[in-house]
Write a protein that binds this ligand. Structure first.
Ligand code: UDP
Ligand code: MG
Length: 320
């Protein structure tokens, strides 16, 4: 018997042995309260701990559980993408495994969806149990992104959200490799709304987003939604040329009208440092874009699945 699934819950997991069972129980409790057919779709992003065994164990006793096992760690955004590709529900919810996003909020998201919204995203009004560094950098990042792009990407919003089937289908048509999903969902459009919530502490374990992954995500966000960093060269270059011109006038008048022409070592070294620093920075910015262009042209698949459990016959579901 096949039942049409109403809700798909997509959970990306990477080394979450300490939280996965609790996470499953909380999600199940919440979803059972809807009295609708649902699937809990865990995407195991190449975990190296016991996550995989625990997921298999969970799926044996619960037919609502489906598992996608990646062949290695492809990253959070790609794991979400695979989840969306394989989800069959009329509404698809993306939620982290660590219970920082309260599963109970899904019911509120569903209410909004039933009111006719196509995207209901969770907006963090407070973040508990995160370092000042993380809070500050996140704040700065969301604001810089907002300033740099014309797409209306909401502030302080992660990937915890509900999307309607038609938004999910549009997501499947996007072939981009270095994906910044929260931006892409905004880019797709349709009727969107926010639900505010307090982001809790992680239930257990450590963050799986070290600085390196955070940087990658933020540069992906900026580069895929804005050319402004490239324009830095234009504006910065113009500004520096202006400064250089003013300094030239000063230096010339000193030379012509005074006898006070000290050999200008200091000014030379300052200018040299400033300019070479600036040039290198701009080269780096250009490199970030070129690297991404290269990624896009390679046309590799986004992820490789080692095993899929609980689906029946699995077919390739990327539209592109
Ligand atoms: N995650 C993943 N692949 C990764 C890193 C993280 O699937 O390479 C998952 C992780 O298991 C969690 C979610 O993405 O469910 C968010 O990660 P985390 O909670 O560590 O990030 P933070 O909340 O600290 O930003
Ligand atoms: Mg977390």
């Amino acid at each position: 018997m096949t039942m049409t699934i109403k809700y798909s819950i997509v959970v990306p997991v990477f080394n979450e042995e300490k939280v996965i069972y609790e996470s499953y129980k909380r999600l199940k409790t919440v979803m059972d309260r809807t009295f609708e057919a649902y699937e809990l779709l865990f995407v195991n992003d190449g975990s190296r701990d016991r996550t995989s065994e625990m997921l298999s164990y969970i799926s044996k006793s619960d037919t609502n559980v489906k598992i996608i096992e990646f062949s290695r760690n492809f990253g959070h955004q790609i794991a979400i993408t695979a989840g969306m590709d394989y989800a069959t529900g009329q509404a698809v919810v993306v939620i982290d495994a660590d219970l920082q996003d309260p599963p109970e909020l899904i019911l509120k998201m569903i209410e909004k969806w039933e009111e006719g919204y196509d995207v209901v995203y969770g907006k963090r009004v407070e973040r508990k149990g995160e370092t000042h560094f993380k809070k500050l950098t996140a704040r700065l990042f969301y604001r810089t992104l907002k300033m740099s792009t014309d797409i209306d990407i909401p502030l302080d919003t992660g990937d915890f959200r509900l999307i309607d089937r038609r938004v999910c289908d549009e997501m499947k048509r996007i072939p981009e490799k270095n994906r910044f999903i929260r931006g892409l969902v905004s880019w797709i459009g349709f009727k969107q709304t926010a639900i505010e919530y307090v982001r809790n502490e992680r239930f257990a374990g450590e963050t799986k987003y070290p600085l390196k992954k955070m940087l990658k995500l933020s540069i992906d966000g900026l580069t895929s939604f804005s050319y402004k960093p490239l324009k830095l060269a234009t504006y910065g270059g113009a500004l520096l040329s202006l400064a250089g011109f003013v300094y030239m006038v000063v230096a010339l008048s000193l030379k012509l009208f005074t006898s006070n022409t000290v050999p200008g070592w200091t000014s030379l070294i300052v200018i040299q440092l400033l300019f070479s620093g600036f040039t290198l920075f701009i080269l780096g910015v250009i490199g970030e874009y070129i690297g991404r262009i290269y990624d896009e042209t390679k046309d590799r698949p986004l992820y490789i699945i080692k095993e899929a459990k609980g689906f029946g016959a699995v077919k390739r579901v990327r539209t592109i």
